[in-house]
Write a protein that binds this ligand. Structure first.
Ligand code: SAM
Length: 309
């Protein structure tokens, strides 16, 4: 479905809308890569590490039969993770029309990566601005959701206070009491520390570059405006919307903690970003590992007792 407040054609051109449109255009232009293009990416191991972290979050917090809301779902790279968790229903929302089309292709099983793959859950895909649109009105027939996920995208809501509030209002209104909100986003503490240590308004390494005031770029990944989210403010604002903090960990801490668990260590070995020291496969470079330090994972819970079965 397209147009639940996704396009800005007839809605005026405030600064926030122009920057949201820039983000949408940026992601729409990045069509699905082939498996070969993906494997040749200079940050392939970082992408695999990100996928491992998202898989761990899904495995820790999703239950069989869950109703899932994937905000800023992108091209549906997480569909397979939800399938492995045996969820019952999936709604994906993204502002980028091109990404929603790729997500639909992936769900229908005719992309390069997932030929003949059929997902076991029904899905609804919507093109909309999750931080502007009142999604509770739009999704009243699908709600309440057991789990909401917003991966590598919550910080796009931080361009204005109104958008940050609308994002959290949507999540709170759509989650059931006791429902879980999982996500990943840039770690403001680390970014500001790095900025203070740098000479000017820019820092980075061979795989990423952050420029303050203008734009943020990560080689072969993001090249559009991004916002820094001070986590203590995010936590306070989330509390206003009945969302209580359960967990917040920088990616380095997250990896160190969960890679100890046999079930997640095994997945790490299969994905390969940290290598197993035996197979001779290439592994995450020092620069990729440093780039992963720029992110954190969080889990919030919607206040209230879960409905009795
Ligand atoms: N969650 C996906 C993943 O982990 O693979 C995609 C992450 S990608 C880095 C960020 C996504 O956020 C893009 O697909 C982009 O279109 C989406 N996005 C950014 N601003 C948005 C908004 N206001 N509403 C909905 N989606 C948005």
């Amino acid at each position: 479905q397209f147009g639940a407040g996704g396009g800005y054609g007839e809605q005026g051109y405030s600064e926030e809308r122009i920057s949201a449109q820039r983000v949408a255009d940026h992601y729409s232009a990045r069509s699905n890569q082939t498996l070969e293009e993906r494997e040749n990416s200079p940050i392939i191991h970082l992408k695999k590490l990100n996928n491992w972290i998202k898989s761990v979050l899904v495995q820790l917090y999703a239950r069989p039969g869950d109703c899932v809301l994937d905000l800023a779902c992108g091209k549906g790279g997480d569909l397979i993770k939800w399938d492995k968790a045996k969820v019952g229903y999936y709604v994906g929302v993204d502002i980028a029309e091109g990404s929603i089309k790729d997500c639909m292709t992936r769900y229908n099983g005719d992309s390069d990566q997932q030929r003949r793959k059929k997902f076991s859950f029904p899905a609804r895909l919507i093109c909309a601005d999750c931080y502007e649109t009142r999604l509770d009105e739009y999704l009243c027939e699908d709600a309440p959701f057991d789990i909401c996920s917003c991966q590598f995208a919550m910080h796009y809501s931080w361009s204005t206070e109104a958008r940050a509030r609308q994002a959290l209002a949507n999540i709170s209104a759509l989650l059931r009491p006791g429902g879980t909100f999982i996500g990943t986003m840039p770690d403001a503490n680390v970014i500001i520390k790095r900025l203070r240590e740098s000479e000017g308004m820019e820092f980075g390494n061979s795989v990423y570059c952050i420029t303050f005031g203008e734009e943020y770029t990560e080689k072969d990944a993001v090249d559009c405006p991004e916002w820094v989210v001070p986590f203590h403010l995010f936590k306070l604002l989330a509390e206003e919307f009945d969302l209580e903090l359960v967990l917040m960990k920088n990616f380095h801490e997250f990896v160190h903690e969960y890679v100890q668990r046999p079930e997640f260590a095994d997945l790490m070995r299969r994905l390969g970003p940290l290598g197993d020291g035996r197979s001779g496969q290439s592994t995450l470079s020092q620069d990729e590992w440093e780039a992963s330090y720029l992110y954190l994972a969080f889990v919030l819970r919607k206040r209230g007792p879960p409905p009795s079965q």
